[in-house]
Design a protein around this ligand. Structure first.
Ligand SMILES: [Zn+2]
Length: 515
């Protein structure tokens, strides 16, 4: 083994058991990253024989002070050099200049998942991970049993190896996604289940999920929510596909990029939401215009940039306008809610004559966003308009419409029960086509239920206004990636990823409009 100053670790590949290597190593030496999880653990134990691997932590003893650094330690044990500051926080008394024999604690929650930590959600870990939405929901439901104690009804779940309470229970079985709420609810469930330390739950531990917090498809038998969910899934199966041919002729598509201007949206890991999702939106627009006969509009434009897409996005773009008549500048002089509402008002105006004269089923609306969830969550989430969260009618008050011309045709909406049901079913079908296209392009989608029809926040259930009041027959809001996750953020920063993403979206549109 060869530890390189500030570079990392090389392992002589020849004497290494082949089962420890992920790829065929061409040279004499393999890099640490290319090892399988068992191989990494083996190498670390061999290189640092004084380390103690306990259930809660690794007690690392510095052995090669001239070569080791906190950064290297972080990259070997946690999977990311950037975690060095977290290691320093856990070991506040240790000097940054390492000495032989120094003891560094690496808690289990910082360890890379391959080494048994819960810092990052392992991908493709469970047998149901690759199933389609219906089969996956059935598989998840099959893992629950229902019971009652003095605190009321609950669903019992036994945590499997590699699963964590916040992702495999709260994110999967409830409609909470907000990082703080997910953590708070995980603590609440832990308490009810008699678990003292959320960070070290043994596989097999019984988890009690309060029945009233379960998402509709996981509700106990006999509940209205479960009945409605099953009806919806039946509606999805009954929904006939609409064919638009290879050139997508006759499609009316409206694209929207969330936030913009004064409103940067979510921000984490050195990037922010608005510019990056706008760039993806512009790429989708360009691909559709160049390769198809679909009629495409955007709700938003950055005046200084136009619809040009960019390789580098160095700083937030200051100006953005909603393309109403007159354009509405997202400059903060009016409340942000105006900008959100004007997007669906504008989309409805753009769709209005098409819905009367064209084939209404060929109307499609996509809004691009990125979220900031628990840092362990990764990948795309697709929101569809849950039928029970769409009102039968709604009018936007004139005072909230900034006097734009589109208010006349776009601000008043009505939806019959049948329309609500069909819109959710169509949007779900589209969501599935998208998820499939993204996976084929090796782009991550959220492993725990990527398609959702409601958000639970601050005790309320809702779907975003931009799809709630939208009159397109198919409408989704895409959370492209989780900015709080380092790897997701790095993807969004990469223009190659954004291009691949846009191509996958177009692939998904083609697959959906095909019989
Ligand atoms: Zn957003």
């Amino acid at each position: 083994m060869r530890l390189q100053f500030r570079r990392g670790l090389l392992i002589e590949a020849k004497p290494l058991p082949p089962a420890f290597l992920n790829r065929k190593s061409h040279g004499e030496w393999a890099v640490f990253e290319d090892l399988k999880p068992e191989g990494k653990r083996w190498v670390l134990e061999t290189l640092f024989p004084d380390d103690q691997w306990n259930r809660e932590e690794v007690r690392h003893v510095v052995r090669w002070p001239e070569l080791e650094s906190v950064w290297l330690m972080a990259s070997l044990y946690t999977g990311h050099g950037q975690n060095y500051d977290k290691l320093e926080r856990v070991n506040p008394k240790n000097p940054e200049k390492l000495k032989a024999g120094d003891l560094w604690l690496i808690p289990q929650n910082l360890l890379s998942p391959e080494l048994g930590g819960s810092g990052t959600l392992p991908i493709h870990l469970q047998p149901e991970d690759e199933l389609d939405d219906d089969a996956k929901i059935a598989a998840y439901r099959g893992l629950l049993t229902f019971d009652e104690d003095k605190e009321g009804k609950f669903a019992a779940y036994r945590l499997r190896k590699g699963e964590a309470l916040y992702s495999s229970v709260v994110l999967r079985y409830t409609d909470r996604v907000d990082a703080k709420e997910v953590n708070a609810f995980a603590d609440q469930i832990a308490k009810r289940s008699g678990i003292d330390d959320v960070r070290s739950i043994q596989p097999g531990t019984l988890i009690k999920i309060p029945a009233n917090a379960l998402s509709a498809p996981f509700q106990p038998d006999g509940t209205l929510a479960l009945k409605e969910d099953r009806e919806m899934r039946e509606e999805v199966r009954q929904t006939k596909r609409v064919d638009a041919g290879p050139k997508l002729g006759g499609l009316r598509i409206v694209l929207d990029a969330g936030h913009g201007g004064i409103d940067r949206g979510a921000a984490a890991n050195g990037i922010w939401e608005s510019d990056f999702v706008y760039d993806i939106c512009c790429r989708v627009k360009r691909l559709l215009e160049e390769e198809t006969d679909a009629e495409v509009s955007s709700t938003i434009r950055y005046p200084g940039i136009g619809f040009k897409f960019r390789d580098d996005i160095p700083a937030p773009t200051k100006a953005a306008e909603i393309l109403t008549t007159p354009p509405f500048a997202n400059d903060g002089e009016s409340p942000n809610a105006v900008s959100v509402h004007l997007r669906w008002v504008l989309a409805n105006d753009l769709f209005s004559s098409f819905l009367r004269k064209g084939d209404a089923q060929k109307s499609l609306f996509i809004s691009f966003h990125a979220d900031s969830l628990h840092p362990s969550a990764r990948g795309t989430m697709v929101y569809v308009p849950g039928a029970s969260f769409v009102p039968s009618s709604f009018s936007l008050g004139a005072n909230r419409g900034a006097g734009v011309k589109e208010m006349k045709k776009g601000s008043h909406v009505t939806f019959s029960s049948k329309e609500k049901l069909q819109a959710e079913a169509r949007s779900r079908l589209f969501g599935e086509a998208l998820v499939k296209a993204l996976k084929q392009s090796k782009i991550l989608v959220h492993p725990n239920r990527a398609i959702r029809n409601v958000i639970h926040r601050d005790g309320k259930n809702f779907i975003p206004a931009v799809i709630r009041y939208n009159q397109a027959r198919t409408k989704v809001l895409l959370e492209v990636a989780n900015l709080t996750n380092e790897d997701d953020a790095a993807n969004l920063r990469d223009s190659g990823f954004r291009q691949r993403y846009a191509e996958a979206v177009v692939k998904g549109i083609r697959a959906y409009f095909k019989k």
